[in-house]
Design a protein around this ligand. Structure first.
Ligand code: ADP
Ligand code: MG
Length: 308
């Protein structure tokens, strides 16, 4: 019995290990799979950026044949400026970022960066030029150092530490028992939403991309943590071509351009004051969110006043 028990127990451990790495593999394969139809053409050239102006030129797109998701989406992000995309859930905002990253091919129209059509450039060079800070950062089961350096394989320790400092997570890392060698992820330290976002920001800073995408990067955070990270995101976005997909409109009010997406169409565009003056969908969404914020503030106040 004992002889049997030990190997079985041991197998259990191995099984759990394998299962865990399968979960990682699945994640990897789902990324690869998403991308299975896209291959570099033999003539594909590396992207050459000069400021990285982005242009969506009358883009039509559907994931499945019978259901069109984007309709004639046409806009430009001038080099070094920020464009925000707002709209209800399911309106197609994240699809824009997936197309810019070329996880999928457009059905009609085209996307260019500094005049170079995505279909004519190598995917490696495209992905090296774009940094994404997603809504929910997935950490690898590895050291925190590895997780930051992931943005730029072969980065020096000095560069990693500098990025961590700029993302305001260096002090936290130093306070961990194993410092930069601390294991994180599902099998290591569980980081809070804010800490994970800071790792993602450090990763992006290290990568130093010409183009940035923030896809609801702070929507999982409470508004206090959001405010703290928001100022850092602004700092990173300075002088980079940036596409911000936003949930809370207050976080994009100072973007140079705001696009309002509704059922896959751009229905309004302009600056925050222009869109408020237009008194359309954006103004409605703004008023609704302001009212909700008043409620939240009131709740906070009441909570503060309530006897403990
Ligand atoms: P948003 O980011 O604005 O919430 P998305 O761009 O993620 O919206 O999605 C737009 C529409 O495309 C939604 O109706 C969604 O269900 C659909 N969609 C998203 N991803 C896929 C996919 N991989 N396959 C099929 N439909 C999808
Ligand atoms: Mg989305």
């Amino acid at each position: 019995m004992i002889q049997l028990y030990i190997p079985l127990n041991f197998l259990g451990v191995i099984y759990r290990e394998i299962k865990q790495s399968l979960a990682d593999m699945e994640r990897l394969f789902s990324l690869l799979n998403e991308n299975r139809e896209i291959a570099d053409t033999p003539e594909a050239k590396p992207l050459v950026t000069r400021g990285a102006a982005v242009r969506f030129d009358h883009v039509n797109f559907s994931y499945e044949a019978k259901r069109q998701i984007l309709f004639d989406v046409d806009f430009q992000i001038p080099a070094g400026t920020t464009t925000a995309v707002v709209g209800h859930s399911g309106s197609g905002k994240s699809t824009l970022s997936r197309l810019l990253f070329r996880f999928y091919e457009v059905d009609g129209g085209g996307i260019t960066i500094d005049g170079q059509d995505l279909r004519g450039i190598t995917q490696d060079s495209l992905r090296a030029a774009i940094g994404i800070v997603p809504q929910d950062t997935v950490l690898f089961n590895d050291t925190i150092e590895y997780n930051i350096a992931y943005g730029k394989p072969g980065a020096s320790k000095e560069a990693i530490v500098a990025a961590a400092k700029a993302a305001s997570i260096h002090d936290f890392i130093e306070s961990l028992p194993d410092g930069y060698n601390s294991m994180v992820g599902e099998r290591g330290l569980k980081l809070s939403g804010g800490e994970k976002q800071r790792v993602a920001i450090a990763r992006t800073l290290l990568k130093d991309p010409a183009i940035l995408i923030f896809d609801e990067a702070t929507s999982a955070l409470d508004s206090k943590a959001e405010q703290a990270i928001q100022s850092q995101l602004k700092e990173i976005a300075k002088n980079r071509t940036t596409l911000v997909i936003a949930h809370r409109l207050s976080t994009v009010a100072d973007a140079q351009q705001i696009l309002v997406l509704d059922h896959g169409r751009i229905v309004e565009r302009g600056t925050h004051p222009q869109l408020l003056a237009a008194n359309g969908l954006y103004a409605q969404m703004w008023q609704r969110q302001q009212a909700n914020m008043d409620d939240e503030a009131q709740e906070d106040e009441l909570a503060g006043l309530a006897p403990a």
